[in-house]
Design a protein around this ligand. Structure first.
Ligand code: C2O
Ligand code: CU
Length: 480
């Protein structure tokens, strides 16, 4: 009797073991990504609580920018080239036109901009995404979603007419994690139609092979500036981790965040500016007859301004961080708004297989890529997303083609601000709103590009949109 029971138990254990093995094998097999697939064939469609409005099907490929004679034409050639940082440090970079950062593009609002991208020798291909600029979908530069990656010897033409004024940047969106790290990015500034006076400097921060630099200045970048000059600096974080800035010798104010002007918000003495990956802050101040400096905390990179271009900055200690939700304003009317759709998006970690790789991976609403949610919206909707960072990492969440208005943090109302890359600190919760006004298929992903490459990415789709492009190894498109 005992023996029989023992045998039965062993058999049961063996069967359970086999079932578990079978389940694991199935999960592994099921998690592997095909060589070529439509991002829309994956994902769990979430309509945010309202049935989608049916339209005629329309393709991403038709959503191109305006025709006509461009006011500004730029050619950007992606090529591998050595660059030299100001300290003399040499870096083997991937560049646009032999430079990293690539050429700064400055245009006026309303101008028709045409950029021709050519790929000289980036084996895996290249695209250009205009980060923060709400361009028509076919100009958005996402490999396998809005275009095919430009292969060696190929080219692609982007056309758009910026209606926003502010600080943006451009970067490859093919193998973005590696490509941006290697240097395939640059500054894009849209100036108002009437030019402002004073000094206007874009300061893209990037870590090249371990050396943090402002532009190519990995040490003190000195500039002579007359007292009384109105100065505007555009801080741009092109790295995948947050960057902190320490300001001294000035009375600065934040005047724009992520390419949206705000009423000037004074930065109290000692407060630092923290910018999540991909984010931008514009700072304005009037130059005085003393040294003014902007340092990238935990690095040697700094901008040092003084009337005669010399002088030293005083050592400062780390201070509190400027909170945009406490100071800025200008977006009212959302608190009482009725939303057409409301989505929940929770970021966590989960054990499972990611493309056949076992481990603890990023999960969106409890699912690993590609089974992540797909938010479906209709043009004209006012949408709310409740974001929950249920993890102990920071996630700068970036939505293409639209801007979020931040409404609440950890359940409490904030003074709303506009952002395209919302830095969510560990365990923070946010509620954001946006107007669905730019048809297409748009990425929503973490701008820690390593996280995105590890599955922290999904899409927002307009009802009835289709894409002719495919993601995957054999399709040669890998946006992350
Ligand atoms: Cu700055 Cu999807 O990117
Ligand atoms: Cu992240």
């Amino acid at each position: 009797m005992k023996k029989h029971l023992g045998n039965a138990l062993t058999t049961a254990a063996m069967l359970a073991g086999l079932a578990l093995l079978g389940f694991l094998a199935f999960s592994w097999w099921q998690s592997r990504l095909p060589g070529s697939y439509d991002v829309m064939s994956y994902g769990a469609i979430d309509d945010g609580g309202a049935p989608p409005v049916a339209h005629e099907h329309f393709s991403v490929a038709g959503l191109t920018g305006p025709k006509g004679r461009p006011d500004v034409s730029v050619k950007l050639t992606a090529e591998k080239a050595p660059i030299r940082l100001a300290s003399g440090q040499k870096v083997d970079a991937w560049t646009f036109n032999g430079r990293a950062p690539g050429p700064e593009i400055r245009v006026r609002r309303g101008q028709l901009v045409q950029v021709t991208l050519a790929n000289k020798d980036i084996d895996d291909g290249v695209t250009i995404h205009w980060h923060g600029l709400d361009v028509p979908n076919a100009e958005d530069g996402v490999a396998g979603v809005t275009q095919n990656a430009v292969e060696e010897g190929g080219h692609y033409v982007y056309r758009f007419r910026p209606e926003q004024v502010g600080t943006f940047w451009y970067h490859t969106h093919q193998d973005a994690d590696q490509g941006v790290k290697q240097g395939l990015f640059g500054v894009l500034v849209v100036e108002p139609m009437a030019k402002r006076n004073g000094l206007d400097l874009a300061l893209p921060v990037h870590t090249f092979a371990g050396h943090t630099a402002i532009g190519t200045h990995d040490d003190a970048w000195r500039k002579a500036v007359q007292a009384g000059t109105q100065v505007r600096v555009r801080l741009i974080n092109t790295d995948s981790a947050s960057a902190r800035f320490r300001l001294a010798g000035m009375r600065p104010a934040v005047v724009a965040i992520d390419g949206a002007e705000i009423p000037p918000a004074r930065i109290p003495l000692g407060e630092e500016i923290e910018i999540g990956a991909g984010g931008r802050y514009d700072i304005a101040f009037v130059m005085r007859s003393q040294v003014a400096s902007i340092e990238v905390v935990n690095s040697k990179a700094k901008l040092v301004l003084s009337p005669d271009g010399t002088g030293n900055i005083s050592e400062a200690t780390s201070g509190p961080v400027f909170d945009p939700g406490a100071r800025t304003s200008g977006y009212t009317g959302y608190a009482a708004a009725k939303f057409d759709r409301t989505f929940d998006l929770t970021i966590s970690k989960k054990v499972g297989f990611l493309n056949g790789r076992p481990g603890r991976h990023w999960a969106l609403n409890g699912e690993l890529y590609p089974r992540v949610p797909m938010f479906e919206v209709s043009k004209g909707d006012l949408v709310r997303i409740n974001l929950d960072n249920d993890s102990s990492s920071a996630h700068p969440m970036h939505l293409h083609g639209h801007h979020f208005i931040v409404l609440t943090r950890d359940g409490k109302a904030v003074s709303p601000w506009s952002t395209d890359t919302l830095l969510m600190l560990p365990h923070e919760r946010y509620s954001v709103a946006f107007r669905v006004n730019n048809p297409g298929l748009w990425m929503l992903h973490c701008h820690n590009l390593k996280h995105a490459a590890d599955g922290l990415t999904m899409h927002l789709m307009y009802a009835s949109v289709t894409t002719p492009y495919r993601v995957g190894k054999s399709a040669h498109n890998d946006p992350e």
